[in-house]
Design a protein around this ligand. Structure first.
Ligand SMILES: *Cc1c(COP(=O)(O)O)cnc(C)c1O
Length: 230
């Protein structure tokens, strides 16, 4: 069941990639299978069917699963991170999508240093300036990028955004397009250690549009695992 749904998502990803207008059709798309609120059995099934990256949004839940899961996979943190959890976060996650403040960057840099790690991160942008969402405003990007670029134990790899929950999903398209433009612009910034290669945007209801507009990393849960039980 999970395998079938995963393969459907994979073919949708391919189809959307071919439909790209502005972005490069050949640029591959990484799928982050969002496993929050799903158990390790579901994770095993997905990994055995080809998933190589899992996305979690809570540290405690991810740690518990990490202990139980007898499979090799890349772990991504996609949910908001509090500074009091940075030590656990740097131990577990290969990529943290949700870095959204100066304060958090400093705490993560210090935590990564303690374990002699260079932590890969994305900066989360609150493009639609929603009060209900985390993320930095676009005008703060250049300054924060320069700061993170100068940190020895953080490696900036790109940007992440979450589109608003519009009634008409097509309404996300202009925002994704704008985000792709920002992504292209920041790639041209003179940075020393950063390598801006990922644009993480798109979830179950909007990932096809996000890819058409240039996303190269999508975070999909429901379309693979079904609805979450809370
Ligand atoms: C839960 C979540 C997703 C996945 O959502 P689905 O609608 O189940 O695909 C993606 N990104 C973030 C940040 C999330 O919290």
């Amino acid at each position: 069941m999970i395998a079938e749904k995963l393969h459907e998502v994979e073919s949708e990803i391919e189809r959307s990639r071919q439909n790209r207008v502005r972005a490069n059709k050949n640029a591959p798309v990484d799928l982050v299978a969002v496993t929050k609120n799903h158990d390790v059995n579901a994770m095993r099934e997905a990994i055995d069917a080809g998933v190589t990256i899992v996305g979690e949004n809570r540290i405690q839940e991810a740690m518990k699963k990490h202990e139980l899961l007898d499979r090799k996979v890349s772990w991504h943190l996609i949910g908001h991170l509090q500074t009091n959890k940075v030590n656990q976060a740097v131990q577990l996650f290969d990529l943290i999508h949700s870095v959204d403040s100066d304060h958090l960057m400093t705490a993560l840099d210090r935590a990564a240093k303690k374990i002699h790690k260079v932590q890969d991160i994305l900066l989360q942008v609150n493009l639609a300036r929603e009060d209900s969402k985390f993320g930095i405003y676009r005008e703060d990007l250049p300054l924060l990028m320069q700061k993170v670029d100068a940190m020895d134990h953080l490696h900036l790899c790109g940007l992440m955004c979450i589109a608003p929950n519009y009634e008409q999903v097509e309404d996300c398209r202009p925002l994704f397009r704008e985000m792709y433009e920002i992504f292209q612009r920041v790639q041209e910034m003179p940075l020393l250690t950063s390598n801006i290669k990922y644009l993480s945007m798109g979830m179950t209801h909007d990932y096809t549009i996000a890819i058409e507009e240039g996303a190269n990393m999508v975070r999909v849960g429901t379309a693979i695992f079904g609805a979450r039980q809370y």
